[in-house]
Write a protein that binds this ligand. Structure first.
Ligand SMILES: [Zn+2]
Length: 303
């Protein structure tokens, strides 16, 4: 049962320009927009382009096109691709992420260690659930060693409590959910978990709406924020993890394995109604509510 936010909502749409956006992304945007607007909150568009290797201008363009197609507005963020590249790309914030990482390792040296494992090593070492087994924990390599990643040392049995508006408080054991995750990549750039926390704190985000597949990341970020000087406010963030839209064979939709083609939801669906219907279903509303955006808003206003 959904618990509507009863706190000042600042939220964000956080797509990645590494593929055309699929149905799951569209559902996430619509749900985030509804929750924020119903609470009279503030909505940011915060595009996560840390992974520039998979970036394509067409994917960036597709983010703006998808929002327009869905009929969703936002209060702060890039107005288009040029504005994004000039003022909002995460490349502009790399020095800020680095400053946080340096301060974190000075304040908590035992929490971070250097890992020199190659891709091949990692594939060979991975445990059945995919976690890194911590082989470099005891090598005591200096963090300044070139071509090494920084990992966070997650002790055994590390429970993280995640407040969730849909499912109530949940406990995730970070050591088995994710293990010793990377906080700084071999090229010296901050990893996703760090950038995501720093960005959300900078924007004053109070509500994060994301798919259930990101529960391990939520656990990692809540745990990590304690060790990142100046980022402690992240600990008060509220979350809503929603179900994922599955393909018929039960596999999770990702941007690289989209059902029905590679052009993204805007090209694949005739109208955004398929998105509104799925959101109505996620919120446990009557199917008629999903006929249009107006229908969704009407039910929510009365609910
Ligand atoms: Zn290693």
């Amino acid at each position: 049962m959904l618990q509507w936010p009863a706190f000042p909502v600042v939220s964000r749409l956080a797509p990645t320009p590494s593929g055309f956006l699929h149905l799951g992304n569209a559902i996430n945007f619509t749900l985030t927009w509804l929750l924020t607007r119903r609470a009279g909150g503030v909505l940011h568009l915060r595009i996560d382009d840390l992974d520039r290797a998979r970036f394509r201008p067409a994917y960036l363009q597709n983010i703006f096109r998808t929002l327009e197609w869905l009929g969703l507005d936002y209060d702060h963020g890039p107005m288009g691709p040029d504005d994004f590249e000039r003022h909002f790309s995460q490349r502009h914030f790399l020095p800020a992420y680095e400053a946080v990482l340096q301060a974190a390792q000075r304040a908590h040296p035992s929490v971070f260690y250097a890992c020199r494992c190659s891709r091949t090593d990692l594939a060979r070492l991975a445990r059945p659930h995919g976690c890194y087994p911590g082989n470099c924990r005891h090598h005591s390599l200096p963090l300044t060693t070139p071509q090494t990643a920084w990992r966070a040392l997650v002790p055994p049995a590390t429970p993280v409590t995640i407040p969730d508006l849909l499912q109530g408080p949940m406990t995730s054991y970070l050591d088995t959910a994710l293990g010793d995750f990377v906080v700084r990549k071999k090229d010296g750039a901050a990893a996703y978990q760090v950038a995501s926390v720093v960005d959300d704190v900078r924007l004053g985000v109070t509500l994060v709406v994301r798919g259930q597949d990101l529960l391990p990341s939520t656990a990692a970020q809540l745990w990590l924020a304690h060790y990142l000087p100046g980022q402690e406010a992240f600990g008060t963030t509220r979350f809503l993890h929603h179900g994922l839209v599955l393909q018929e064979n039960g596999q999770k939709l990702s941007k690289s394995t989209q059902a029905g083609g590679q052009r993204g939801i805007v090209e694949e669906a005739g109208s955004p109604q398929v998105v509104y219907r799925a959101v109505a279903q996620l919120l446990g509303l009557a199917p008629e509510a999903g006929r249009s955006m107006a229908g969704l808003q009407e039910v929510l206003a009365g609910g």
